[in-house]
Design a protein around this ligand. Structure first.
Ligand code: NAP
Length: 319
């Protein structure tokens, strides 16, 4: 049992969490970042981030996150990996962050735990996970070189990943439940111009079949009711995400979908607990905004330290 107590604990090592940690440590304040897996967050799976200022040719998500992590570590941010938070206890000045097999004390907490891919709950989805089913084209596309794959979803992630897959596979069949895509017109334009991507609209994935690996999928046209089975070697899911906030249930106020509600300083309904990035209700779900929210939450946490009688926030920037 490690009963260490910190001034600021950041939970989550994506762009929001790493930026928050960078700001706090650069201001000379003791901070620890807890990450349930490895740092980087969902952004590491983005093959190319084209809208993060400073990179006119775009930058791979993994490369951008490596740089942000390195920058945070330059200011001495301590990152503890494979540290999954189970719950936060205590309503007074010192909170207890309970981990699996450990606990950490914290005066201010910044929650930047992001989101995880949503599942469809259809037959075959669990059975073939890792055996033809993937949630990450960036990681797995080369495994499907020269093959035919299905992408499910009509948002930015589905189109971005379909474009990435098209560099490796023979054909991408993109299935979307409506006749109109949700993705930006920029990404739609790029995907429509890619001859390897075929759009199958008004259609839902009903089942994934196979033996050792995925062999085929059952699709249903939700306008005509027509059911078809087509052969594919892989299925990539991009049907949205759910926030990682289970450990906050019953403590902080969440919206109906489970995202953390905050005020304009990014403080949650619990004083001293802040939220930043994709896990926050109404956040813009972009890396640039996650970084910005990380910076703002760090600044608010440092002000909170002053308010509760901790030493002046060591040159923390005033908004
Ligand atoms: P999203 O925008 O929520 O899109 C999810 C897609 O999955 C939608 O097309 C949705 O269909 C479909 N879907 C949801 N539930 C479904 C179900 N039960 N059955 C079938 N289809 C279902 O999620 P996302 O694409 O992961 O993007 C999340 C956020 O990150 C967005 O704000 C996005 O703009 C951002 N993002 C941005 C970039 C970029 O700027 N390059 C890249 C990736 C993500 P409907 O459209 O019918 O609801």
């Amino acid at each position: 049992m490690n009963n260490s107590a910190r001034k600021v604990v950041v939970i989550g090592g994506g762009p929001a969490g790493l930026t928050a940690g960078l700001y706090v440590k650069r201001a000379g304040i003791d901070a620890l970042l807890l990450e349930r897996e490895l740092p980087g967050g969902q952004a590491v799976f983005s093959p190319l981030i084209e809208n993060f200022p400073g990179f006119p040719d775009g930058i791979e998500g993994a490369e951008l996150m490596t740089r942000i992590k390195k920058q945070a570590e330059r200011f001495g941010l301590e990152i503890r990996t494979f540290a999954a938070v189970v719950r936060i206890e205590g309503k007074d000045r010192m909170r207890k962050i309970v981990l699996e097999g450990d606990e950490v004390g914290a005066i201010a907490v910044i929650v930047a735990t992001g989101r995880s891919p949503r599942k469809l709950g259809i037959p075959g989805e669990d059975e073939f996970k890792g055996r033809g089913i993937s949630y990450c084209a960036t990681c797995d596309a080369p495994l499907f070189s020269g093959k035919e794959v299905l992408v499910v979803g009509g948002g930015d992630a589905a189109l971005e990943e379909a474009l990435h897959l098209s560099r490796f596979v023979r054909r991408v069949i993109l299935v979307h439940r409506r006749d109109e895509l949700r993705a930006s017109s920029y990404l739609e334009g790029k995907a429509r111009a890619e001859p390897k991507i075929e759009f199958v609209l008004n259609t839902e994935l009903r089942e994934i079949k196979g033996d050792q690996t995925v062999r085929s999928v059952v699709l249903e046209n939700n306008k005509t009711g027509e059911v078809s089975e087509i052969e594919v070697s892989g299925v990539f899911f991009y049907v949205g995400n759910a926030p990682n906030t289970d450990f906050l249930k019953g403590l902080a106020d969440l919206d109906d979908a489970g995202y953390i509600l905050t005020d304009s300083s990014l403080q949650s309904s619990v004083r001293g607990i802040f939220a930043a990035g994709d896990v926050r209700a109404n956040s813009f779900k972009q890396v640039i905004l996650a970084c910005a929210e990380g910076a703002l939450a760090a600044n608010s946490a440092m002000r909170y330290l002053e308010e509760v009688g901790e030493k002046k926030a060591y040159g923390s920037p005033r908004a």
